[in-house]
Unconditional design. Structure first.
Length: 410
């Protein structure tokens, strides 16, 4: 309670200072109950790059500065997130960031929450802020009757200065001629498996008729349960997902023993029913949370994209699937893909289909652009190709002609 009262005293002091700056008047200064951040501008940013002398071989760190205002900040008022749409170059110092200005609705008061406690401090344009991890910015209404939290995150282009190379390893007859198969990562290896098998950390699941089976070595399988499932889709850290025979999205939180219908924010007719792919990754703005992304073709032959943020272990466990509406002004949509692969690699989600083009999204599925870094080798053959990333940060491709390719960054 002491920390709360101290914070309120600080805010009251800030409010008194604010109203005094408005000038003297016989009328009372107006205060409002609105609480929203409407604009945010970065100040000067430092960047550190390393070079090696061609004559001495010594490494040198070079410091340079960048105009932060050149990197526009996007404010997601629905999701209460603030982030940079254009990625900052590698080497940007995120531990000492200046924010030159924050605009609020009706003179709301902006504070920054501590990284180690519930304490807060008033935002100042002269203060250096550690944004190497997502931070909570709390804006209080000017009448101090309420507040709203925003998760502020700066993202760096991990590919800046990075090279990536594909290498063809071999062509194998046992990997040729497949149709309904896909690559999965399991431990330190990858395997080409049938469409009704998915993997998680340390275990795999498969649908054998109507029976769900689980394995810890992909050799010995244990029966977990039965249900009216048509297709296994994927897993995150705690849950397994599937489509049922009546086209419902289902989830199991007990390793496939029982299944429940998932909650959707839109009509189930917008769910994909064919050429479906799913991936999951840790969602850093929320503790113990996963971000799941699912793409596929609906019953009308349209590409559909859904996402879910699932927090494990708390009252918010489970979450809701949100249909990602395609904005008419968005020129970077994911095209219709046959036999799609969806994998999380190097901080981004990559998508690949039979068109043999790798698309990447930097905003968790809203926009998709053809990747120039991970471009499929021109000499690759086959009408179908599947892709996955392994735990060693390598990308793998297998085509229906049996070609095996490995991609590594350096």
């Amino acid at each position: 309670m002491k920390r709360i009262f101290n914070a309120l005293y600080v805010l009251l002091g800030a409010l008194l200072t604010l109203t005094s700056c408005l000038g003297s008047s016989d009328e009372d200064a107006a205060v409002y109950s609105d609480m929203a951040i409407t604009a945010i501008t970065l100040g000067t940013l430092n960047r550190y790059t390393e070079t090696t002398s061609s004559t001495t071989g010594n490494d040198t760190i070079i410091k340079s500065t960048m105009t932060g205002s050149a990197f526009n900040m996007t404010i997601d008022q629905i999701g209460s997130r603030i982030y940079n749409h254009d990625l900052l170059p590698s080497g940007t110092d995120l531990k000492h960031v200046l924010i030159s200005s924050i605009t609020t609705k009706n003179n709301g008061i902006v504070t920054i929450k501590s990284q180690t406690s519930d304490s807060i401090r008033i935002y100042s344009s002269s203060d250096s802020i550690d944004l190497s991890v997502p931070r909570v910015f709390r804006v209080f209404s000017s009448d101090l009757q309420g507040y709203r939290d925003y998760m502020v995150e700066l993202k760096i282009n991990a590919n800046s200065g990075m090279s990536f190379e594909w290498k063809k390893l071999e062509t194998r007859t046992d990997l040729a001629g497949w149709t309904d198969k896909h690559l999965v990562a399991f431990g330190d290896s990858v395997s080409l498996v049938n469409g009704n098998m998915v993997t998680s950390v340390g275990c795999a699941y498969r649908l054998n008729g109507t029976t769900i089976e689980r394995s810890e070595d992909m050799v010995l399988w244990s029966t977990m349960g039965t249900d009216n499932l048509n297709r296994l889709l994927g897993t995150d850290a705690k849950e397994v997902y599937a489509l049922s025979t009546d086209n419902k999205l289902k989830c199991s939180i007990d390793e496939g023993a029982t299944w429940q219908d998932e909650t959707l924010d839109e009509d189930a007719s917008l769910l994909p029913v064919s050429d479906v792919a799913m991936t999951a990754f840790d969602y850093s703005p929320i503790d113990s949370a996963s971000y799941l992304l699912m793409v596929g073709t609906d019953a009308n032959g349209q590409m559909r994209i859904w996402r879910k943020i699932c927090q494990h272990g708390g009252s918010a466990q489970g979450g809701k699937w949100v249909y990602m509406v395609t904005d008419q002004t968005n020129t970077f949509v994911l095209p219709l893909l046959q036999n799609p692969s969806l994998t999380y690699y190097n901080g981004k989600v990559l998508a690949l289909g039979s068109d043999k083009v790798i698309y990447e999204t930097r905003d968790q599925g809203i926009t998709w652009r053809e990747s120039t870094i991970y471009k499929i080798p021109a000499s690759l053959t086959g009408s179908r190709v599947t892709m996955v990333a392994d735990s060693q940060e390598r990308l793998w491709l297998v085509t229906d002609t049996g070609e095996l390719w490995r991609g590594t960054k350096y």
